[in-house]
Design a protein around this ligand. Structure first.
Ligand SMILES: [Ca+2]
Ligand SMILES: [Ca+2]
Ligand SMILES: [Ca+2]
Length: 244
């Protein structure tokens, strides 16, 4: 009995030491606002000025980004979560439009979110041409919280989700200098298989961007950098806290 207790204690200590504590990842406090957004890709609605804002993103290795910055504004209503993405970008390159394309091989922004355990989360993506990706990821983690292997359920569809993109520039014309692209997203809680979160609820999630252009290597941007080659390190997800 004594041996059993000490092994449980040791396991607890090991987990505490190695899994990143929630205090080591960023937190965003998300306000509840009336739904008066015109979903047109333009973030000039009054709600966006009252929304929470995360960013600028950093490189996924944790280093700062000087230009081509990324911000996400966030709020929620009784029915849905809203995201307003802003990407400054001198060269916007994208060709894929079909749902569930491999958008990450071009330019894309990504939202990973779990309302429960870190081993199962939604992966949602939007690209500059209005392309949408939605899947549910199952990710096996080791005792340190590091991903061993993940698989995706591509059959999942966020049926009520709506998004609109606005590009300031020209997509796939590198001869000119683009300015930015923005994405306005409405994600009904029903698509996340949950009711609206009660005030004080904390979910875990992360925001990412693949930025490309010219002959430069792909730039991996993150809100909470995973400091790994992969974005699929859910122990590094930030905390999304819902205000009253
Ligand atoms: Ca709008
Ligand atoms: Ca262009
Ligand atoms: Ca770009």
């Amino acid at each position: 009995m004594k041996r059993l207790s000490s092994s449980i204690l040791l396991a607890g200590i090991a987990l505490n030491c190695l899994v990143p504590a929630i205090s080591q990842v960023p937190e965003v406090a998300v306000p509840k606002l009336p739904d008066r957004v015109k979903l047109d890709g333009v973030l000039d609605d009054a709600a966006w000025s009252k929304a929470a804002k995360v960013g600028p993103f950093v490189n996924n290795d944790g280093t700062a980004i000087d230009d081509e910055r990324t911000f996400v504004r966030i709020f929620y209503t009784g029915e849905a979560l809203y995201l307003g993405w802003e990407m400054s970008d001198r060269d916007i390159e994208a060709t894929l439009v079909k749902r569930d394309s491999r958008f990450w091989e071009e330019e894309v922004v990504e939202f990973f979110l779990t309302t429960g355990p870190l081993t199962r989360y939604y992966e949602l993506q939007w690209n500059p041409l209005g392309g949408v990706f939605d899947a549910i990821i199952e990710n096996r983690l080791d005792a340190q919280g590091k991903s061993l292997k993940f698989t995706g359920d591509w059959d999942y569809t966020a049926r009520g989700m709506r998004s609109e993109v606005k590009v300031a520039g020209t997509v796939s014309d590198p001869s000119d200098r683009d300015r930015s692209w923005t994405v306005e997203v409405r994600i009904p809680f029903a698509d996340l298989n949950t009711a609206a979160p009660a005030a004080g609820t904390r979910w875990r999630g992360n925001f990412y961007r693949f930025n490309r252009g010219g002959n430069r290597p792909a730039q991996k941007q993150a809100w909470s950098p995973t400091r790994d080659a992969s974005f699929h390190q859910p122990s590094r997800f930030g905390t999304i806290r819902f205000l009253p």
